[in-house]
Design a protein around this ligand. Structure first.
Ligand SMILES: [Fe+2]
Length: 304
């Protein structure tokens, strides 16, 4: 396999040419990909045959232990490591994946569990006519460009991350983020999770409760030692020990700082694209799309 990397943007984003999803991958090629990921944060594998589920799991697991995301999201697929991100529903109205075609706000994958997402992989199986873009934000650069005084303050702080009521489908546990535009939590997705939970109960399938987690606002990438502004705005509920209003204001300020134009790459999807990204060192969001049209993606993450 002869991999070539073509940078897309000075801040983040590169195309990877020459990936053969079904072929064995050498240590050297894997290292070339990892080096490119460290440099570009977002890698787009384009123009190759569509990987099977098995090939996708095999490829991703070469970079680390995979999160069994579909168990937490209450799906019953062949591979617990593949999260089905789609808006397809069965005849009984149970979502075949995460459900929903609404905008998904800025977040880092699996920030709400103790072992957070490290690398993520997103593969496009089917996309609508006007496909929603996925945008990525460089959180290394966000931290590097903060004033020293702010960084010193952030070093002392930890945040509480949770999507428990989203996953449980429990609408009675209201939370403020559900009212924000672009929030992860919507009544549509909540209803979908509730339907899945009921389906699984009928099938006698026990699914683990999704944990909640606390993390520092500044994380260090274990492979590079680089520091990251770890603020997952749609998932963080509050900064530990800080009054709510002050905590909300700080999260908003930091998010605004991160989302400067020069820190962002917007991906226009083609069917068959596999995007690998440094989910620890970045944030991402997606646009909404016409719910009458199908969008089917496969998502995997390694864990820290
Ligand atoms: Fe995500």
């Amino acid at each position: 396999m002869n991999i070539e990397i073509e940078a897309l943007n000075p801040t983040l984003g590169a195309i990877v040419h020459g990936w053969e999803p079904e072929a064995p991958i050498s240590k050297k090629t894997r290292q070339t990909i990892l080096d490119a990921l460290r440099q570009h944060i977002v890698l787009v594998f384009r123009g190759n045959p569509q990987p099977s589920d098995t090939a996708l799991v095999h490829f991703a697991s070469g970079f680390g232990e995979l999160v069994k995301g579909s168990e937490w999201f209450q799906d019953n697929g062949d591979y617990a490591e593949i999260l089905r991100v789609n808006n397809v529903y069965d005849k009984e109205g149970v979502p075949q994946g995460t459900g929903g075609s609404t905008e998904l706000g800025w977040h880092a994958d699996y920030s709400y569990v103790p072992r957070v997402g490290k690398e993520s992989f997103l593969n496009a199986v089917e996309i609508p006519e006007n496909p929603p873009r996925t945008c990525f934000c460089n959180q290394y650069r966000a931290l590097e460009t903060l004033p020293e005084k702010t960084v010193a303050k952030l070093r002392t702080l930890r945040a509480f991350h949770s999507i428990t009521n989203y996953i449980s489908g429990d609408e009675s546990q209201s939370d403020e983020t559900s009212e924000k535009p672009g929030a992860v939590v919507t009544s549509e997705t909540r209803a979908g999770f509730k339907a899945k939970r009921e389906r699984n109960r009928e099938l006698g399938i026990e699914k683990p409760d999704i944990p909640q987690a606390e993390h520092p606002l500044i994380m260090t990438h274990p492979d590079t030692g680089r520091e990251i502004l770890y603020v997952s705005p749609q998932i963080i509920k509050f900064i530990i020990g800080m009054p709510k209003a002050e905590s909300d204001e700080l999260i908003e300020e930091l998010t605004e700082h991160s989302l400067r134009e020069e820190n962002i790459y917007r991906h226009d999807w083609q069917v068959g694209d596999t995007v690998m990204f440094d989910t620890l060192g970045s944030l991402h969001r997606r646009d909404s799309w016409d719910p009458a049209q199908r969008r089917i993606m496969r998502q995997l993450s390694t864990m820290l």
